[in-house]
Design a protein around this ligand. Structure first.
Ligand SMILES: [Ca+2]
Length: 232
């Protein structure tokens, strides 16, 4: 129970580096939203696809579309105003190991958070989760085996300027899950709190993973050096 408490966020780095975090294929489909539609993402609430330049929001170099929420005087104090979710089948990718017991995840994306408002408390926020079932099956929220792990959270208070290119920030997360779920879900929640304008964007979502063999094997590998040095 409560296995998510064992999850360790190894690194949370903000920078401009691109390319594969783990050197593996991107498991997320349509991670840049360039198809102009959501699938294979699922979306709920106010999430939409936007063209670069829509509402005066600049796009990233090489990107024509992004996903998110733009709303004027709109929001929800009780929860996200919109969400997108994609479930990937990790067994279809080269990092999969049927004998693994843990999963190393590299997740990166570009995000934009801007609330235009005279009040700092009329902010915007974004939360990113990974979720899965303890038995690795297709994740259904609310089921007993369902695990949901917050891996990223950022809030931006209301400001006076409108979005500029500098508001797109590249985020990288590396995390080890205490499980090896065949089906893994990535969720992005958008929060808006009634600013004059709330701009929330995400683009270039990349999720890579590889499985770690069972602990006994890993333990022997890691203990190899000390064992050699041990006096007899
Ligand atoms: Ca894009």
């Amino acid at each position: 129970m409560r296995k998510f408490a064992m999850v360790a966020v190894l690194a949370l780095v903000t920078g401009s580096a691109y390319g594969g975090l783990l050197g593996l294929p991107n498991e997320v489909g349509n991670g840049g939203f360039e198809t102009g539609t959501f699938p294979p993402w699922q979306k709920t609430g106010a999430a939409n696809i936007f063209n670069s330049g829509d509402w005066g929001v600049p796009g990233l170099p090489g990107s024509n579309k992004w996903a998110g929420v733009v709303v004027s005087w709109g929001g929800d104090w009780g929860g996200p105003i919109g969400m997108i979710r994609q479930i990937v089948d990790q067994s279809q990718f080269p990092g999969w190991d049927p004998l693994g017991t843990q999963t190393v995840i590299g997740l990166q994306f570009d995000r934009l958070l801007k609330a235009v408002s005279g009040d700092t408390w009329r902010d915007v926020g974004m939360r990113v989760y990974l979720d899965w079932m303890e038995d690795g099956s297709y994740p259904y929220p609310g089921e007993p085996e369902y695990v949901r792990q917050l891996v990223y959270e950022q809030w931006s208070p209301g400001q006076s300027e409108y979005p500029g290119p500098q508001d797109w920030v590249h985020e990288q997360i590396e995390i080890t899950l205490p499980a090896q779920p065949q089906f893994l879900s990535v969720e992005v929640e958008f929060y808006a709190h009634y600013a004059m304008w709330s701009f929330l964007g995400i683009d270039n979502v990349d999720l890579e993973s590889y499985c770690i063999p069972e602990p006994a094997t890993m333990g022997l590998l890691m203990l190899g050096l000390p064992l050699v040095r041990r006096r007899r």
